[in-house]
Design a protein around this ligand. Structure first.
Ligand code: 5RP
Length: 230
């Protein structure tokens, strides 16, 4: 007679466990009857069950089809993106976070929608494991670029390459800017002004309200004043 054994859950790595800790802390910041923006990525994947477990009445907006599907499966009410008005709170991960609160996002190619959602939210909360905190930003900086004239766009950017990745949720190409990121504000302005670049993954500190970074000593909660330009 064959014996049936329950699969033994694999213990989370340190980084995964930190992502979950930060995500659970962020879920506790959400109030009942609010409009919530949901980011994209592996850190947000821990946020969704933590949020669903709170049993609040929420109107959610997702930044990617993957987040939308996962949220719906957990019973969260996800609304049509065109109904996106002002949000009370949005919560999302990041690839890099510098000491001033500058972010690099777009590891999952969803940074255009993520920036729209962050900008539409009264409170934008960033969640991350300790490894995402960096002394200064470095390449790559993700880009979403239009298919039309993509070669010309890449040529005008110089140090940039198409990423071997699926298109963005809106059908555009995902690329990476590979030059230095010494002056994030100057680089952000230049990338925004380059024809063919739909959006770049540099998020300025004035978009951000809270940064929750989970490390070995628990969650470090940094608050920034939205609108303040450092
Ligand atoms: C997706 C993003 C993600 O928030 C970022 O890449 C972090 O991802 P993860 O939580 O998986 O480390 O910007 O476009």
């Amino acid at each position: 007679m064959g014996s049936h054994r329950e699969p033994v859950p694999t213990p989370l790595t340190v980084a995964e466990s930190q992502k979950r800790t930060a995500a659970e802390a962020a879920a506790r910041l959400v109030s009942d009857r609010t409009r919530v923006g949901l980011g994209t990525g592996t850190t947000v994947a821990y946020l969704l069950p933590a949020l669903a477990a709170r049993g609040l009445s929420l109107r959610c907006f997702a930044t990617s089809p993957a987040t939308e599907l996962a949220a719906r499966e957990l019973g969260l009410a996800v609304e049509e993106p065109n109904a996106l008005g002002e949000l009370d709170i949005a919560i999302d991960g990041a690839d890099q976070i510098d000491p001033r609160g500058w972010l690099v996002k777009g590891g999952g190619g969803a940074h255009t929608r993520e920036k729209i959602v962050a900008a539409a939210s009264e409170r934008f909360v960033v969640i991350a494991s300790a490894e995402k905190a960096v002394p200064s930003l470095h390449p790559p900086v993700p880009l979403e670029i239009l298919r039309f004239g993509a070669d010309a766009t890449l040529a005008s950017l110089g140090k940039a390459a198409l990423r071997d990745a699926p298109p963005s949720p809106d059908g555009n190409l995902i690329a990476d800017y590979l030059g230095a990121v010494d002056d994030p504000r100057g680089l952000a302005a230049w990338l925004s002004g380059t024809p063919g670049v739909v959006e770049h993954g540099l998020f300025a500190p004035e978009l951000v309200n809270d940064i929750l970074i989970a490390g070995t000593n628990g969650v470090e909660h940094r608050t920034l004043k939205k609108g303040d330009v450092p």
